[in-house]
Design a protein around this ligand. Structure first.
Ligand code: NAP
Length: 242
């Protein structure tokens, strides 16, 4: 029996992250479902993974809290000797406001989750990937990183920062057979986006919003052995809207 590679998905309890967990489990990874607060939702994803014959572990920590991440990662390695081979930095929040009305806390909450979260989770795990000579780091950014969006100065800045981190880390790790890529979804049907008005959907060439499973399929490919030569890339998934 071959040992499954472990994949950590931050914000794996709902939306795009939950679809990624199910997809990676189906593709043969042992998934670690991270969440911050909604344990019921995370437990449902774990149950669905197990029902389908996959392996799932829950990991509750706030990615923005470095000490909490360290404690969570220590618990994960104490409970299982297998290193983490895939990191999907998916946890994200939006706190939209036009800049004149944007409070500092709205900027801070978003950058702490997206950028501090990326560092807090990825930095401690990279050396183990280097030693394995195999790894996949997939950062879930947003169309808002590459296209201006009203009310999202904070979110666009944080998600664009993630693209910079992706490109530089890809260069650092390429010769170790570790790839680092970013995915920039357009509008995807999750709790994060409230009802999308018709006039917005009409701007999308595909004339519909995307499904979490469609993003998960792309992430699944990037996590596979077949994607070994793709690194430092920013891949849009947006129905032609960009
Ligand atoms: N939906 C879209 O249209 C869209 C478009 C482009 C990019 N994205 C990006 O895709 C990612 C997933 O979005 P989504 O739409 O699936 O969002 P969602 O439905 O709101 O789910 C967010 C997930 O992130 C978790 N989370 C939030 N803050 C966290 C933290 N500090 N620590 C750990 N987990 C945290 C949540 O867990 P709890 O419930 O436990 O808090 C939940 O599992 C985000 O990075 C988002 O910015 C989404």
């Amino acid at each position: 029996m071959t040992t499954k590679r472990r994949a950590l998905v931050t914000g794996g309890s709902r939306g795009i992250g939950a679809a990624i967990c199910k997809r990676l489990a189906r593709d043969g990874f042992a998934v670690i479902i991270n969440y911050r607060s909604r344990e019921d939702a995370a437990a449902t994803v774990a149950e669905e993974v197990r029902q389908a014959g996959g392996e799932a572990t829950l990991a509750a920590f706030d990615v923005a809290d470095r000490a909490a991440v360290q404690a969570g990662l220590a618990e994960l390695s104490a409970g299982d000797p297998r290193p983490i081979s895939v990191i999907v930095n998916n946890a994200g929040i939006a706190r939209d406001a036009m800049l004149p009305r944007m409070e500092w806390e709205q900027l801070e909450a978003v950058t702490r989750t997206t950028l501090d979260g990326f560092y807090n989770v990825t930095q401690p795990l990279v050396m183990a990937m280097v030693k394995q000579r195999w790894g996949r780091i997939i950062n879930i950014s947003s169309i808002s990183a590459v296209k201006g969006n009203q009310g999202q100065v904070n979110y666009s800045a944080a998600k664009a920062g993630l693209l910079g981190a992706t490109r530089s880390l890809a260069v650092e790790l390429a010769k170790r057979k570790i790839t680092v890529n970013a995915v920039t979804p357009g509008l995807i049907d999750t709790e994060m986006i409230e009802s999308v008005p018709d006039f917005v959907v009409k701007q999308i060439p595909a004339r519909r919003i995307g499904k979490p499973e469609e993003v998960a399929a792309l992430v699944g490919f990037l996590a596979s052995d077949e994607a070994a030569y793709i690194t430092g890339q920013v891949i849009g998934i947006n129905g032609g809207w960009h």
